[in-house]
Every structure is written in C-alpha cells, then in structure tokens.
Design a protein around this ligand. Structure first.
Ligand code: NDP
Length: 283
C-alpha cells in the first residue's frame, strides 16, 4: 500500500517556519502583512479569503482586506494596486481571479509590483520561474508540489518526472521547478501519444489535468511518487483528484490525497511568500 503524503503534515512544518520568521520580523518592528484584493462577491473567492485569513491568524501574518465593487472601473482597480505597491506596510498582495469580464486581466495583473506578487501572477514572476532569476515569486500550486516532495524527502535529482498538464499556472512552472531540481522532465498534454506508457515510465508523476480520476491503474506502476493537483467535483458531488486514488494507493509507493493534499499546502505557501517578501523588502 502507498504511503499517503498528507498535506497537513507539510502545513504544520511550514507554519512553524512562518511563525519563526514572522516573530523575527516583528522583533524588528515589521508586521508581515498580506493584502487580499477582491473584486465583487464571488463565493469561491470569499471562502478562499476566509481560509487564508484563518491560516494567517495562526502564523501571525496580518491581513488587510481591500474589497472593490464588481463594476469597479479599470482605473480604480489599478489605483488600488498602485496604492498597495506604494504602501511599505503591505508586503504581499493576493488578487483573486478571474476578474470580471470588463477588466483587462493581463493588463491589471502586471500592474502589481513583482516584489509583492506572492501568488506569482505577474509576467515578471513567471519569467523568474523559467530563467531562475527571481524578481517575484513562483506560483503557489507548483511551489506546494515542491514543498511536499521536499518535506517527505523524495529524491528528485536524476529521476524521471512527468507533468501531465501544461498550463502556465501549474503544469509548465511545475516542470521548470523539477528541472531546476535536476529531474529529467516530460511534459504531457491532451495530444500526447500513449499517455499511459509515458506516465508509467516516470518515477515522479505530477497530475494537473482537471479531469476526475483520469489517471487509472494502467498509467501506474510500483515505485512511483504521485502528486495529484487536480480538484474535480463528480456528478455525485464528491471532491476527487485527477488520479483514481483507490486504484493508485494499491500500486504506487507514495501519493497525495484529494482533498487534504496539494490544495491545503498552497495556502501556506502564500503565507510563506509573504514573510519572504517582508524580509526582502526590509533588507
Ligand atoms: P488547465 O485546464 O489550464 O490545464 C489542463 C491541462 O491538462 C492542459 O494542459 C491540457 O492539455 C491537459 N489535459 C486536458 N485533458 C487531457 C487529457 N485527456 N490528457 C492529457 N492531458 C490533458 O488546468 P489548470 O492547470 O489550471 O488546473 C489543472 C487542475 O489542477 C484542475 O483540476 C484544477 O482545479 C487544479 N488546480 C488545483 C490547485 C490547487 O491548489 N490544488 C490550484 C490550481 C489548479 P492541452 O494543453 O493540450 O489542452
């Protein structure tokens, strides 16, 4: 049976790290602060905001809420971002997306100062993931995958890794981060030929497809480490990953659960980035 790589264990370790750094910053008179910028009243934004706020309280990171009406003008939204950029008491900004349709999201997100881009949404942050020269932060979801691998001492160097999915927010940065850690990386996608063989050949599998339980027993073999990024809701209303967990846990060596895996670690990565940003801005 596979060992389950529980997100809670990683969160606990990350929280301890964040608390220590937040305390050190406070001792220097710096209150690490995350601004949460929300446009409108989308239910999933509000529930994520509540989750981040609760987690932030636990680790001594202050939250500043900036809530703008759903019909905010682009100029007013950009002003709000520029005010946060200029505010030396705010170290990181989390802006929920997608933005309402009347706003040019690509234009708006790039107004954020990369130094405060703790969620890795600016082009400058993305470039940093690919060049290794960081002016911002890597996106939180692939960072959470790396935190899990590192926490559980999964050896990456020299291993064959496959990332199934090539989005700019998850798949591509995850592949670059594995490459940076000396893995030999394959990026698979919807046009990949014989995906089961490609996935079976890998030692480390990162599934970020967005298709419920698509990765079944015939994609897997013993010896593999599987990180399941997928969050899918079945017709019955159950939350499942991209990997058929019940089949996989009898085959592979290590696997993350859904829920309780990558998703829960992502929030702590956001907060880890806030304390790093606070430190960088006060060097
Ligand atoms: P996207 O839809 O942007 O990308 C999905 C990728 O999967 C695409 O590259 C697509 O290939 C590939 N794909 C789709 N169908 C297949 C298939 N049949 N075989 C192989 N590859 C396929 O999704 P995201 O990257 O934004 O998200 C992926 C998953 O991760 C989702 O379930 C999402 O909910 C979850 N997620 C989880 C987070 C967390 O914190 N845990 C955060 C963000 C996302 P192609 O490019 O060829 O179309």
């Amino acid at each position: 049976m596979a060992t389950i790589l529980k997100g809670a264990e990683v969160v606990e370790a990350l929280n301890a790290e964040i608390i220590k750094e937040a305390e050190a910053l406070r001792a220097e008179g710096i209150e690490p602060t995350l601004a949460i910028l929300r446009v409108g009243e989308r239910g999933d934004d509000i529930s994520y905001e509540k989750g981040v706020t609760k987690r932030a309280e636990k680790v001594n990171v202050a939250i500043r809420n900036v809530i703008l009406p759903v019909d905010v003008s682009q100029d007013d939204l950009v002003d709000a971002i520029e005010n946060l950029n200029a505010d030396s008491k705010v170290h990181g900004v989390l802006m929920f997306r997608p933005l309402p349709g009347h706003l040019d999201e690509d234009y708006v997100r790039n107004k954020l100062d990369p130094a405060k881009d703790i969620d890795g949404i600016t082009d400058a942050s993305t470039v940093g993931v690919f060049t290794g020269v960081n002016s911002g932060f890597a996106p939180c979801t692939p960072s959470a995958c790396m935190e899990i691998l590192e926490h559980f001492d999964v050896s990456i160097k020299g291993k064959n890794a496959v990332v199934v999915g090539r989005s700019l927010v998850v798949g591509k940065p995850a592949a670059m981060m594995l490459l940076e850690r000396q893995a030999t990386v394959t990026i698979a996608h919807s046009k990949t030929t014989d995906l089961p063989s490609v996935v079976r050949a890998a030692d480390i599998v990162i599934a970020c497809v967005g298709r419920a339980e698509m990765i079944t027993a015939d994609y897997l073999r013993t010896g593999q480490v599987v990180i399941d990024v997928g969050i899918n809701v079945t017709e019955e209303g159950a939350l499942v990953g991209d990997v058929d967990f019940s089949a996989a846990e009898g085959i592979v060596d290590f696997i993350t659960p859904v829920p309780g895996g990558v998703g829960t670690v992502t929030t702590s990565v956001n907060l880890k980035h806030v304390v790093s940003a606070a430190r960088n801005q006060n060097k």
